[in-house]
Design a binder for this molecule. Structure first.
Ligand SMILES: *Cc1c(COP(=O)(O)O)cnc(C)c1O
Length: 389
C-alpha cells in the first residue's frame, strides 16, 4: 500500500507483522528461511513466489528498507548494498561489458573516481569527463560505445549543481542510461527519476542513516535494470546486512523532519558566513550568490546540509580554523546529527597535485561543513570563535 505523501510512506511502509503483532518491524537476523516441502522450495527458487530464500538474495528488513527508498524516489524497484560504494560498483559491473564507455562529471565521489581511473580500465571500460559547470562538454564526448551518463548533484566537496532535466534530455537523445548519485540531496530534496534518470544511487551511510551509525547503499530505478543488478549482486555478495537495513529503515521514518532541520540550520550558517570578514566566499545552493542558484531552486526542495567555504588565508588558515573548533567534529563522514568540518586540500584530496586539486574545485582554503542538528546558536558560535582566533 502506498500513500500520496512522502512522510506517510516513510513511516507506514512496513513488512507484514508476525503472529506477535509487533507495532515496530522486528530485526530478522537470520541467514536463511525454511520451506515446508520440496515443492515449495522448488517454486521459490524458480521465482514462482516472492518468498525469502537466503539473506544474500533478500530479507524482510532489507526488503522494507528498499521499498521505502523505491517509493521516495518514485522508482519501480531497487536493491540494497553493504555500502554506497558497493552500490556504485555493482551498478556499473552489472550493466557494462568490455568495450563500453562512460561519460561522467569530473567532480564525483573520490572512490567512484578511483573505480573509473584505476579499476574499470582493467576490464576495458573507459571513462571520459566533463566539467560539471559546463554541460556543453557532454555531447562531444559521446561515442557509439557510450552506455552510461553519470553525475552527482550537489557535488562533493564543491557543492556545484548540474541541471538534471538537461542531463535527462541528453541521455534520452543519445540513448544512454542516466545514473545519478543522489546522496547529497536525499529523495526528500530531489528525485532525479522525475527528470529522466534511469537509476538513482545512494550512500545510505550519510543523511539516510543520519546519525553516523551504519554503512549502507541502495540503487533504485527501472525494473529491468534492477533485475540485472540484483542477479549480479545475488551472485557476487555485496548485500546489506539485515541489522543495518533495520537501522536504516527506522532512520527513514524521520528523514523528512531531520532533513528539514538540517537545511534550515545550513541556510542560517551559510548566511552568517557570507558576511563574515574572515571568509573569502561561501557556496550553498540556496544562497542567491551560488552560480547555479536558479537550477537549484528549480530541482531542489531545499538547499541541503553541505556548505563549501573558502577561508581567507589559504591552506594554513583552513587548517588553523579546523584546529580552533571546540564542538564541531573533524571526521570523514557527513550528514550526521553532529556538525562535521573537513579540509579537503590537506586530507581527502592531499595526494592530488595543486593543479589537479584546482581542476576538481579544491582551493587551498576550501572547507566543507556538514551542518548538523545541534542548536543553531551553538553551531554558529563554535564556527565564529574558531574563525576569530
Ligand atoms: C559517501 C559517498 C559514497 C560512498 O558511500 P559509502 O557508504 O561510504 O561506501 C558515494 N557517493 C557519495 C556522493 C558519497 O558521499
Amino acid at each position: 500500500m502506498s500513500y500520496d505523501n512522502f512522510e506517510t510512506n516513510a513511516i507506514r511502509t512496513q513488512t507484514e507483522s508476525s503472529h506477535y503483532k509487533e507495532h515496530s518491524t522486528p530485526l530478522y537476523l537470520t541467514s536463511s528461511f525454511v520451506f515446508d516441502d520440496a515443492e515449495e522450495m522448488r517454486a521459490s527458487f524458480s521465482e514462482e513466489n516472492d518468498r525469502n530464500i537466503y539473506s544474500r538474495f533478500s530479507n524482510p528488513n532489507t526488503k522494507e528498507f528498499i521499498e521505502k527508498v523505491v517509493q521516495m524516489e518514485g522508482a519501480e524497484a531497487g536493491y540494497a548494498f553493504a555500502t554506497g560504494m558497493a552500490a556504485v560498483f555493482s551498478t556499473f559491473a552489472a550493466l557494462l561489458i568490455s568495450g563500453d564507455h562512460i561519460v561522467s562529471a569530473r567532480s564525483v565521489f573520490g572512490s567512484t573516481h578511483t573505480l573509473f581511473i584505476k579499476y574499470f580500465p582493467k576490464w576495458n571500460i573507459e571513462t571520459s569527463y566533463f566539467d560539471i559547470n559546463n554541460p556543453d562538454e557532454i555531447a562531444p564526448l559521446i561515442k557509439p560505445s557510450t552506455k552510461i551518463l553519470y553525475a552527482e548533484s550537489p557535488t562533493n566537496p564543491g557543492v556545484d549543481i548540474i541541471d538534471l532535466e538537461l542531463l535527462g534530455k541528453i541521455a534520452k537523445k543519445h540513448n544512454l542510461l542516466l545514473v545519478i548519485d543522489n546522496c547529497f540531496a536525499t529523495p526528500y530534496i530531489q528525485q532525479p527519476i522525475k527528470f529522466g534518470a534511469d537509476l538513482v544511487i545512494h550512500s545510505a551511510t550519510k543523511l539516510m542513516d543520519g546519525q553516523g551509525r551504519v554503512l549502507g547503499g541502495v540503487v533504485v530505478g527501472k525494473s529491468e535494470l534492477i533485475r540485472e543488478i540484483y542477479l549480479f549482486s545475488r551472485n557476487t555478495g555485496p548485500a546489506l546486512s539485515p541489522f543495518n537495513a533495520w537501522v536504516l529503515s527506522k532512520s527513514l521514518e524521520t528523514l523528512a523532519v531531520r532533513v528539514e532541520k538540517h537545511c534550515e540550520n545550513a541556510l542560517k550558517v551559510a548566511e552568517f558566513l557570507e558576511s563574515h570578514r574572515n571568509i573569502e566566499r561561501v557556496k550553498y545552493p540556496f544562497l542567491p550568490s551560488h552560480p547555479q542558484y536558479d537550477i537549484a531552486k528549480k530541482q531542489m526542495k531545499l538547499g541541503g546540509n553541505i556548505i563549501a567555504v573558502e577561508v581567507k588565508g589559504g591552506l594554513e588558515a583552513g587548517k588553523n580554523f579546523l584546529n580552533a573548533l571546540k564542538m564541531c567534529s573533524l571526521s570523514a563522514n557527513l550528514g550526521d546529527t553532529r556538525t562535521i568540518i573537513t579540509h579537503p586540500a590537506s586530507t581527502t584530496h592531499s595526494k592530488l597535485s595543486a593543479e589537479e586539486q584546482l581542476s576538481a574545485g579544491i582551493t587551498p582554503g576550501l572547507v566543507r561543513i556538514s551542518v548538523g542538528l545541534e542548536h543553531i546558536s551553538d553551531i554558529i558560535q563554535d564556527i565564529n570563535d574558531a574563525l576569530m582566533r
